[in-house]
Design a protein around this ligand. Structure first.
Ligand SMILES: Nc1ncnc2c1ncn2[C@@H]1O[C@H](COP(=O)(O)OP(=O)(O)OP(=O)(O)O)[C@@H](O)[C@H]1O
Ligand SMILES: [Mg+2]
Ligand SMILES: [Zn+2]
Length: 272
């Protein structure tokens, strides 16, 4: 059988230069592997040299896994692009443009960078960022999400009140996807930031036992064994009452809470 490199070379001999750059025995599959280098032929990375490990079963499996992940990332993106849930003021938020005006924010920053760097699928850890308005909770959560995406993890940042609206919209018969599909994606992504949990509108008498409580349960319970980050303006007692003890108990499992303190970044130096 001809290799991919050989086929391409036959089809476009003047365009492509494919060259063998080495041979070795793979420790994993024990096969004799031929390393072939060839430039990408089209797209934004055109011309970039890629190594192909002909004969290595491990490499082929890795390529297949990678392709599957890319496909899933695209599917997730499609689903969430339709209902953009990131407010414009967060779109540019990153670790690089986070200012540390006090030692609490410095600690929050370190914790977030560490979390993103140490993130590993087989060691699930959750974070809970609590504190008053405009302290950078969403900014750091969004930055973690972006950093993880760059590392190839399927990551979603979503505001809980908006998410509940999105779920409701799936009940509309013209919706592009259904509730089960959406809940399935949310429970299987590698990282989910549930922003502003506890800010959802619920009638006082229904707190802890509402439609929202039930939906949150499906998401939170479905994520056990995966990484989730929560942000909230509420303190533990209030949050437990708002989302219900059954949800709160699951939220706190394997979770490191961190309390933000400082001045509201949105109104800083704008007192009148
Ligand atoms: N330390 C900071 N450095 C740079 N920008 C910041 C910092 N803190 C907050 N901001 C910016 O201020 C705005 C508000 O911050 P953010 O949304 O993170 O607050 P929050 O703690 O999530 O507040 P809320 O509880 O009201 O949701 C955002 O645009 C964010 O990018
Ligand atoms: Mg926020
Ligand atoms: Zn191999």
């Amino acid at each position: 059988m001809k290799s991919m490199g050989e086929v391409i070379k036959t089809l476009m001999p003047e365009l492509i230069s494919v060259s063998e750059i080495g041979r070795y025995t793979c420790d994993g599959c024990k096969n004799e592997v031929v390393v072939i280098q060839s430039p990408i032929v089209a797209g934004p990375e055109k011309g970039k040299l890629i190594d192909y490990k002909r004969g290595c079963v491990c490499w082929e499996n890795e390529q297949a896994r990678e392709a599957k992940r890319e496909q899933r990332q695209l599917q997730v993106k499609k689903m969430f692009d339709k209902y953009s849930t990131v407010s414009p003021d967060l779109e540019k938020a990153s670790f690089e443009n986070f200012n540390m005006d006090n030692s609490t924010l410095e600690q929050a920053f370190k914790l977030s960078v560490e979390y993103a760097n140490e993130f590993s699928l087989d060691n699930p850890k959750n974070l809970l960022f609590a504190g008053m308005y405009g302290l950078g909770k969403s900014h750091l959560s969004y930055s973690i999400c972006q950093a993880l995406k760059k590392r190839g993890f399927i990551s979603v940042f979503i505001s809980v009140p908006k998410l509940l609206t999105v779920i409701k919209s799936t009940y509309n018969k013209n919706s592009d996807f259904n509730e089960a599909e959406l809940l399935n994606v949310l429970s299987t992504v590698d990282f989910l930031a549930l922003d502003d949990i506890g800010a959802e509108k619920v009638r006082k008498e229904e707190e802890g036992d509402s439609w929202a409580t039930e939906k949150l349960f499906e998401i939170i319970d479905g994520r056990s064994g995966r990484h989730t980050l929560y942000t909230t303006n509420l303190v533990s007692d209030e949050l437990s009452r708002k989302v219900g003890q059954r949800n709160f108990s699951r939220m706190m499992m394997n979770t490191k809470p961190f309390r933000f303190e400082g001045n509201d970044y949105r109104i800083n130096n704008k007192m009148f």
